[in-house]
Design a protein around this ligand. Structure first.
Ligand SMILES: O=C(O)CCC(=O)C(=O)O
Ligand SMILES: [Fe+2]
Length: 292
């Protein structure tokens, strides 16, 4: 299995040739990571205070930003560093959107921008309970935001000012992991999706698909043998680089690194070139029934 597809995105805003766009979508949908070594998020020295002052609220691991409302969450910054932070998040959200629409024009009409995040803590030494620990191989699924079979596309930039790389483990293909854990995943309790909405635990209906994806994430993280024995590789993303993946499909674990920016997009499953590798379609095939 080829884990990484390298794309040498030309600098500036010049259009990307159709062949590269096609190859990029095909690689992502096949479960590969798109690695853009020369396409970094530009940051001038004036942002230096964001790498030395305390940025986070106690207890939060990221600063997040909503591009639709312009609101910031999880930060303890004030005055000058707050406005720098706001400016960086806003600029990064635009950078991420431009990169994706330039490289993946076929997704343009089905793409919804979700949260933007800044992760200023060193991952390796950050203590986390197992369920929240991204150092364990997992796929992404959001407990309070069901996605009902649509896709999670994420763009990451390593902006470490000291040049430190960002280290990931990447695990086996989605179907292999699904086959391993699916037999032990029970259906949700009857009426539980209605109860989750009534209590505002979820923002929309948690489908059987969302239930399976959350259970899968838990099973993967909890299983120490899987963590050690599943087929996997280590990949280092240099400072100044960008990478993208469908993180609902790619088994990943962030092992080391500090100062990263990330943009989440949700993508309508109908915009894919090839739906057969999407987690929804793989799981429906394995279960022999509709899941949304
Ligand atoms: O910090 C990273 O590189 C990725 C963390 C992660 O797996 C996630 O946010 O879902
Ligand atoms: Fe993740």
């Amino acid at each position: 299995m080829n884990y990484i597809e390298v794309v040498d995105l030309p600098p500036g805003q010049s259009p990307v040739v159709a062949e590269t766009c096609y190859r990029s979508a095909e690689a992502l949908e096949a479960g590969q990571i798109l690695f853009l070594p020369r396409h970094g998020f530009p940051l001038s020295g004036s942002y230096q205070p964001l790498f030395s002052s305390p940025i986070l609220h106690r207890g939060s691991k990221t600063v997040s930003y909503s591009p639709s409302t312009g609101k910031l969450y999880g930060t303890a910054s004030t005055r000058q560093s707050l406005s720098l932070l706001e400016e960086m998040m806003k600029r990064f959200a635009i950078f991420a959107q431009k990169t994706v629409t330039r490289l993946l024009p076929i997704y343009r009409t089905g793409l919804v921008r979700a949260r933007t995040s800044f992760r200023p803590i060193e991952i390796e030494t950050r203590p986390m309970p197992w369920r929240k620990d991204d150092k364990r191989l997992h796929i992404d699924a959001f407990p309070s935001s069901p996605i009902q079979g649509n896709r999670i596309l994420r763009l990451f930039c390593n902006i470490n000012p000291a040049g430190q790389t960002h280290l990931w483990r990447i695990g086996e293909p989605f179907e292999q992991t699904a086959r391993r854990f699916l037999p032990s995943i029970k259906p949700p309790f009857p009426f539980s999706s209605a109860a989750l909405m009534l209590t505002s635990t979820t923002k929309s209906r948690r489908t059987f698909y969302d239930h399976i994806m959350l259970c899968l994430q838990d099973r993967m993280k909890r299983d120490q043998r899987y963590q050690e024995e599943a087929e996997q590789v280590k990949v280092e993303f240099p400072a100044g680089s960008t990478w993208l993946a469908f993180t609902d499909q790619v088994s990943h674990a962030a092992m080391r690194g500090q100062y990263q920016l990330e943009q989440t997009f949700l993508l309508d499953i109908n915009r894919l070139h090839d739906q057969s590798t999407a987690p929804l379609i793989v799981l429906e095939r394995l279960k022999g029934r509709k899941l949304v």
